[in-house]
Design a protein around this ligand. Structure first.
Ligand SMILES: Nc1ncnc2c1ncn2[C@@H]1O[C@H](COP(=O)(O)OP(=O)(O)O)[C@@H](O)[C@H]1O
Ligand SMILES: O=C(OP(=O)(O)O)[C@H](O)COP(=O)(O)O
Length: 396
C-alpha cells in the first residue's frame, strides 16, 4: 500500500476540496516572473475539476505580518486562470463570512483562490480555531505544495488532521523524483546553498555537512559566514546575530570531513539596483558603504574546479541578487557549468527553490538539469533526512 492517499483514492464529485498550493512565486511589478509553481499545480486542479469537485486554493505569499495589501494573492489569480484556461474566482479572506459565501456559491468544476493564509496569525501558529475556521470551508484536503511541507502551519499541516487528506499530483511526483534521484547519491556530493533566507536555512546547514562532501555557500547566506569570520561586510544582507550558528556549521563541517567553500572575491555596489556602479574586490576589501551583491569570478572558478570531481550537485539559493543584472553573473556561470556537466553525463544535478528555479530559467539551463524541484527550504530539509510536517501529516 502506498504511504499516502492520493487523488486516485478520493471521491471528488460535488466535493469542496481545499487544496494547499504554493503561489509564493517570483513577481516583479505585479507580474509573475517565473510560473513554475503555477504550472506544477495544474494537473491537480484539473483532476479535481474534471471529476466534478470544487477546487478551493489556499496559499501564502511572502512573509506578511498581518493583513498587507502588497502581499495579496489577488494579482496571482489572472495568472492561474490564464495557465489553467478557465475562470478562477477570488475572495479577500481565507476564513469567515466572505470566504464561506464564496465557497457556497462555487459550482462543481469551478476554481476559487482564497486570500493569503498568512494574513492571519493563526496560520503560522497552526492555531486550532484558525484550522477549524478553514476546515469548515471544505469536505476534503489536498496538499499539493511540497515547497511548504517543511512548515508546520495550519494550511500545510493542521488541516490534514481535520479533513480526509490526500497528496496532490505535484506533491506525489516531487517525492517520487527526489527519492529516485537522491536516495543513494553517487559521491562526492556538492551542495550549493545561497539565497536570502538566512535565518530559516542557516541552522540546517549543520546537518547537511554530515550528508555531503563539499558545501559551497554563496548569496546572502555567505555574508553571514564572512562576517562571523571577522570580515567587514558593509551594508550587505547579513544576519550578524547568527554568527555563532555560522561558526557552529563550520565546526560541524570540520567534524564531518565536509569541505566548506566560501566566496574569495565578491561584486560590491552602493545601491541595490540593476546596473548600479560596482567593483570586484577580495572578501577582505568591502567598504562600509558597500554591499555584496554577487560572488566574483575567482569564486566561480573555484566552484567550477570542484565540479570536476563531484558526481552529484544539489543546489538551493542563487549566488547573488540575480534579478538585478549584472549581479546574476555568478549564478548564471555556475548554473551553466553544472548544466554542461549534467548534460555530458558527468554528474547528476538537482536544484530547487522558487528563486533558484527562476534563476535557472533566466540562465536558460533548467531543462539541462537532471531534476528541478519547486522546493528550496523543504528540499534542503528533505535532503537532511528530516521528517517534513506537511508530508508526515498525509501518511495513512
Ligand atoms: N548577496 C545578496 N544580497 C541580497 N540578496 C541576495 C544576495 N544573494 C542572493 N540574494 C537574493 O536571494 C533571493 C533568493 O533566496 P531564497 O528565497 O533563499 O531562494 P529560493 O527561493 O530559491 O529558495 C533572491 O531574491 C536574490 O536576489
Ligand atoms: O518560497 C518558498 O520556499 P523557498 O524560498 O525555500 O523555495 C516557500 O513558499 C516557503 O516560503 P517560506 O520560507 O516563507 O515559508
Amino acid at each position: 500500500m502506498a504511504a499516502f492517499r492520493t487523488l486516485d483514492d478520493a471521491d471528488l464529485a460535488g466535493k469542496r476540496v481545499l487544496v494547499r498550493v504554493d503561489l509564493n512565486v517570483p513577481m516583479e511589478d505585479g507580474r509573475v516572473t517565473d510560473d513554475t509553481r503555477i504550472q506544477a499545480i495544474l494537473p491537480t486542479i484539473r483532476d479535481i475539476t474534471t471529476r466534478g469537485g470544487r477546487a478551493i486554493l489556499l496559499s501564502h505569499f511572502g512573509r506578511p505580518k498581518g493583513r498587507d495589501a502588497s502581499q495579496s494573492l489577488a494579482p496571482l489569480v489572472p495568472a492561474v486562470a490564464q495557465r489553467l484556461g478557465a475562470k478562477v474566482g477570488f475572495v479577500d479572506d481565507c476564513i469567515g463570512a466572505s470566504a464561506e459565501q464564496a465557497v457556497a456559491a462555487l459550482g462543481a468544476g469551478e476554481v476559487l483562490v482564497l486570500e493569503n493564509t498568512r494574513f492571519h496569525a493563526g496560520e503560522e501558529k497552526n492555531a486550532p480555531d484558525f484550522v477549524a475556521a478553514m476546515a469548515k470551508l471544505g469536505d476534503l484536503y489536498v496538499n499539493d505544495s511540497f515547497s511548504t511541507a517543511h512548515r508546520s502551519h495550519a494550511s500545510t499541516e493542521g488541516l490534514a488532521h481535520s479533513l480526509p487528506s490526500f497528496a496532490g499530483r505535484s506533491m506525489q511526483s516531487e517525492l517520487d523524483a527526489l527519492t529516485k534521484a537522491l536516495e543513494a547519491p553517487e559521491r562526492p556530493v556538492l551542495a550549493v546553498v545561497g539565497g536570502a533566507k538566512v535565518s530559516t536555512k542557516l541552522e540546517l546547514l549543520g546537518n547537511l555537512t554530515a550528508k555531503v562532501d563539499i558545501l559551497a555557500i554563496g548569496g546572502g547566506m555567505a555574508n553571514t559566514f564572512l562576517a562571523a569570520q571577522g570580515y567587514a561586510v558593509g551594508k550587505s544582507l547579513c544576519e550578524h546575530d547568527l554568527a555563532p550558528t555560522a561558526l557552529k556549521v563550520l565546526e560541524s563541517a570540520k567534524a564531518a570531513g565536509c569541505e566548506i567553500v566560501l566566496p574569495v572575491d565578491v561584486v560590491v555596489a552602493k545601491a541595490f539596483e540593476a546596473h548600479a556602479p560596482h567593483r570586484v574586490v577580495g572578501v577582505d576589501a568591502v567598504a562600509e558603504d558597500e554591499m555584496i551583491l554577487d560572488a566574483g569570478p575567482q569564486t566561480v572558478r573555484l566552484i567550477a574546479g570542484k565540479l570536476e570531481r563531484v558526481k552529484t550537485v544539489v543546489w538551493n539559493g542563487p549566488f547573488g541578487a540575480f534579478e538585478l543584472p549584472p549581479f546574476d553573473a555568478a549564478t548564471v556561470a555556475v548554473a551553466r557549468a553544472v548544466a554542461d556537466r549534467a548534460e555530458a553525463g558527468l554528474l547528476l544535478a538537482v536544484a530547487g527553490g522558487g528563486d533558484t528555479v527562476a534563476a535557472l530559467n533566466q540562465a536558460g539551463v533548467a531543462e539541462r538539469f537532471s531534476y528541478v524541484s519547486t522546493a528550496g527550504g523543504a528540499f534542503l530539509e528533505w535532503l537532511e533526512g528530516k521528517a517534513l510536517p506537511g508530508v508526515e501529516a498525509l501518511r495513512r
